[in-house]
Design a protein around this ligand. Structure first.
Ligand code: ATP
Ligand code: MG
Length: 391
């Protein structure tokens, strides 16, 4: 018996004129996601994508990978059957036995794109419904809220049968809504912020500020690992490592202690925007949430934003830490995020950071030293690391 994976496209079906390019992007992302699991042929019709193995394939692996592809509302494994009603009935009972044994109510839905097929959709559904009731006497039909829906699709070549579906990742295909630069720390919040931006179809590049030896090589490995986890959803991406030690040392030396964090955040923002421009990104994404720490009060965010030259997206801005943690766990980042390596060395964290600074105050603090040459030097020495899902 041959099985395929049937994908239902999500929100992109709404997208009028852009629909074609959305579909193409989704299919390209699907193709890339399942590549490690064998050779597949991919076709689509209406709002469904048919992923069909060519020879030996790891279907479980492919299905699992597809649950992380944005733009897919749901997926199901479907069995392929010859287009003969007798055979379809017997096959449906056999293929859906597991699912039907575990539920009490069901209904059959049918679709045919092959208009030559002798039965019309409602007839197919009625016949199959009657047949399954006989085969599984414990079942009842419920057309309004069935425990499961048995689907019979008559396509041009073959019939496809499936029951039960897995929820897809939702959202929009990555790459359909431009590119953004994610400021990726080793913490809990920024990977979640990146996940949320990617879910809306935004392609990501990541930037990380690295203050070796104040922060360790293990801390950097952790960031790479987080980028790898994120790429399972966001697709391959570049991680830019900015040598940040000198800048931090000079902030510490020349700026008032209570404002060092905010000066640092402005310089990080300036570099993120410059690097974003270099690579064609249209926004910066951060993991900030209102009031979570001193540098995330509205006043502090205002000071950071005034150093930006493009929109700053903060997808977790209104989320509680517990909500962010729940999402972090769901995407599989949490265990890595809480590894003990500090991403911002205590050496550089002031004891009493100012929580309600004016933008002028922070700008004045920054002006106590000419950071431009150091910023330029850091930009020149940015290292690029390629991040591929599954590595
Ligand atoms: P996170 O859990 O994401 O580290 P946080 O609550 O620790 O966030 P901060 O350390 O103030 O908050 O950082 C706020 C945001 O600034 C982070 O979410 C991230 O987007 C960015 N950021 C902080 N440190 C770095 C870094 N070393 N490199 C890149 N981005 C950073
Ligand atoms: Mg942090």
């Amino acid at each position: 018996m041959k099985e395929i994976i049937l994908l239902k496209m999500g929100e992109l079906v709404l997208k009028g004129l852009n629909r074609k390019s959305f579909e193409n992007k989704l299919i390209a992302n699907v193709r890339r996601a399942i590549k490690p699991y064998g050779e597949f042929s991919i076709t689509h019709a209406q709002s469904a994508v048919y992923v069909s193995p060519v020879g030996e394939c790891d279907m479980d692996g492919a299905a699992e990978a597809l649950t992380r592809v944005f733009g897919i509302a749901s997926l199901s494994r479907a069995g392929e059957c010859e287009k003969d009603m007798e055979k379809i009935l017997a096959f449906t009972a056999q293929y859906c036995e597991g699912e039907l044994s575990s539920v009490r109510t069901f209904k059959v839905e049918s679709k045919r794109s092959d208009k030559q097929f002798p039965l019309k959709s409602p007839q197919i559904a009625a016949e199959a419904g009657g047949y399954l009731l006989e085969k599984f006497p414990h079942l009842k039909v419920d057309v309004h809220e069935p425990d499961t829906v048995v689907n019979i699709e008559i396509r041009d070549e073959m019939a496809y049968i499936h029951a039960g579906r897995i929820k897809g990742a939702g959202g929009m295909p990555v790459g359909t809504n431009g590119k953004a630069m994610l400021m990726l720390s080793g913490g809990i919040d920024s990977p979640v912020a990146g996940y949320m931006a990617a879910k809306r179809g935004v392609e990501l590049s990541c930037i990380h500020y690295f203050s070796y030896p104040y922060t360790s090589m293990q801390a950097l490995d952790k960031v790479k690992e987080l980028a790898g986890i994120l790429s399972e959803y966001a697709g391959r991406m570049n991680l830019y490592i900015v040598p940040f030690t000198k800048i931090q040392e000079h902030i510490k030396k020349y700026c008032p202690d209570e404002l060092t964090t905010l000066v640092m955040r402005r310089i990080m923002m300036e570099i993120a925007c410059a690097q974003a421009e270099r690579v064609g990104a249209l926004a910066v994404v951060t993991g900030e949430s209102i009031g979570q720490v001193a540098s995330q009060t509205l006043q502090a965010l205002m000071s950071t934003d005034s150093a930006a030259t493009m929109p700053v997206l903060r997808p977790v801005i209104g989320m509680d830490k517990t909500e962010i943690v729940a999402l972090s766990r769901k995407i599989g980042a949490f265990e890595t995020s809480i590894l003990p390596y500090e991403d911002c060395c205590t050496v550089f964290t002031p004891k009493h950071p100012k929580t309600r600074p004016s933008v002028e105050e922070v700008k004045a603090a920054e002006a106590m030293f000419d950071f431009a040459p150091l910023i330029e030097e850091a930009m020149l020495n940015i290292e690029r690391i390629r991040i591929n899902p599954g590595e």
